[in-house]
Design a protein. Structure first.
Length: 312
């Protein structure tokens, strides 16, 4: 059955039937708007959009995969502010001939990724469109803490990373060359493994600035450095190249450090910590904040693109 055969409200019924409950949701789908608890009195909000052919391909990823990716892209932004995710709102624009089962799979992926952090999908909208598009808005709670911004890094701080980088970019390259292995890399592109808990943990432990690595470590740390009016120097030796990534890079003629330092979509968290603060579990030091501007690697500018830019 296609979504046009089910109709707008049939599609909505099919989707909402697959969504689990969220602790913060006081009123879910079915009314004009959802009601979400905000114990802190402030709400952290972020939005992101995935467009077919630009952000995903249905022959590369299942509907469930796309749901996980769409949720992760937003939930990671909430974690990067030091907040705990509470809810997702989803706007879905689909071609009328899309199989209804694909939309149901998308809902399953969105719901599962949200549930992994104690959040849920609480509402949204659907529309017909020639281009399949998934737009997600995430909400989060600060738990009484100030938000962690990008502008607090100071010279002498340690730059640390939680999560992994380069895996999704390597998987994308593998898929774009017509291959489906190594599975480790392809799966990383299809469903990012995000260290959500590392964000609130860092906030408690005195982090001075933090950012979600969505476009590439160099590019996103560049935003943090610019906001803080400092420079950042990374240590190449701090980044291990796993064997499967090294083998894939050799086979495809790619420098693996281009993936590790400039590849996006893994949604790791990068942050600055005072030098005298022990790093929390799950974080590892990869560089330092210094006086100046920009981001360097071992004191030198990185050769090649620093990350993803939608308009270049």
């Amino acid at each position: 059955m296609t979504v046009s055969a089910a109709g707008e409200f049939g599609l909505i019924d099919r989707i909402t039937a697959r969504l689990g409950a969220a602790p913060a949701c006081l009123l879910g789908p079915g009314d004009d708007a959802a009601v979400v608890a905000a114990p802190d009195g402030r709400v952290v909000a972020s939005t992101d959009v995935l467009v077919e052919g630009r952000h995903f391909r249905r022959d590369w990823s299942s509907a469930v995969d796309v749901g996980h990716r769409a949720a992760a892209a937003n939930l990671a932004d909430i974690a990067a502010m030091g907040a705990a995710p509470t809810a997702l709102l989803v706007a879905l624009c689909v071609p009328p001939d899309l199989e209804l089962g694909w939309a149901e799979g998308l809902a399953d992926g969105l719901s599962a990724e949200a549930a992994s952090v104690g959040a849920g999908v609480v509402g949204g909208d659907v529309s017909a469109s020639p281009t399949l598009t998934v737009a997600v808005t995430a909400l989060g709670d600060l738990g009484g803490r100030p938000p962690v911004l990008r502008d607090g890094a100071r010279a002498g701080d340690v730059i640390a990373l939680a999560g992994r980088t380069g895996y999704a970019a390597a998987g994308y390259t593998v898929l774009s060359r017509g291959f489906r292995t190594p599975k480790l890399l392809v799966d990383a592109y299809r469903r990012p493994v995000v260290p959500y808990a590392a964000g609130p943990t860092a906030a408690v432990r005195g982090v001075t600035a933090m950012v979600d690595v969505s476009d590439g470590l160099l590019a996103d740390l560049g935003h943090l450095a610019a906001a803080s009016r400092v420079a950042i120097d990374l240590r190449r030796s701090a980044f291990d190249v796993p064997d499967q990534m090294r083998d894939a890079a050799a086979a495809l003629g790619v420098d693996p450090y281009a993936w590790l330092l400039a590849g996006g979509d893994d949604h790791a968290l990068a942050a600055a910590f005072p030098e005298d603060v022990p790093l929390p579990d799950g974080w590892r030091a990869v560089g330092h904040v210094v006086h100046g501007s920009g981001v360097t690697v071992d004191g030198r500018p990185f050769t090649g693109p620093a990350g993803w830019d939608h308009f270049r």
